[in-house]
Design a protein around this ligand. Structure first.
Ligand SMILES: [Zn+2]
Length: 193
């Protein structure tokens, strides 16, 4: 089974919540995450020192972007730049999104996978430009409207603190089932061999 507790001692020297969340969720994902698209039981951190936390499957090369949240948001989540997101959608370059929800004692409560094909222009909401006083005045971010994504596009890998087994045979009947269903229905994504 997956170990759902983050190693809080790794963040002992950090004060800012943002930094702590990043360090702990990055470590947790490197230890516990597996690929939903194939039977690889790990993902590797793809690019260090980027604003987003990105992972790649070493076997099938699916890309995953992680968002770690303290508050579980079922309706929308804040994402990065609007223009960059629209360009990525048009060029079919969006990664699969993993939304991780942790509790105040750093226990992973929920982990949701949204396959990349579900990112369309209609699920992206343009935010108001940053005010003239902001450091990046005029910059426009976006929200991902989770409420607009159909249920088939929201695959639970961990739900209310209980993980689907990491064991391959077990896993094939659980989290990956959602993924395969998505591939069948959409005829999208990459081969899962
Ligand atoms: Zn894979």
């Amino acid at each position: 089974m997956m170990d759902l507790q983050c190693k809080t001692n790794l963040a002992d020297e950090y004060k800012a919540g943002q930094h702590i969340a990043r360090i702990l969720s990055e470590d947790w994902c490197t230890r516990e995450l597996y690929c939903a698209g194939c039977d690889s039981d790990r993902l590797t951190r793809s690019r260090a020192n980027t604003p987003s936390l990105d992972f790649t499957c070493p076997r099938c090369e699916q890309l995953y972007e992680l968002k770690a949240l303290k508050r579980w948001a079922s309706r929308k989540i804040v994402d990065a730049g609007y223009e960059a997101m629209m360009r990525a959608i048009k060029a079919d370059r969006t990664p699969n999104l993993l939304v991780l929800h942790y509790s105040s004692d750093w226990f992973v409560r929920n982990l949701m996978l949204i396959p990349r094909a579900f990112f369309t222009e209609s699920v992206i909401e343009k935010r108001k430009p940053l005010s003239a006083k902001a450091r990046r005045a005029g910059w426009i971010g976006c929200n991902i409207l989770l409420g607009q994504i159909p249920q088939d596009g929201k695959i639970a890998m961990i739900s209310s603190g209980s993980a689907f087994p990491k064991d391959k045979s077990e896993r094939n009947s659980r989290a990956s089932e959602g993924w395969r269903k998505y591939l069948r229905n959409c005829g999208a994504g990459q081969s899962t061999s």
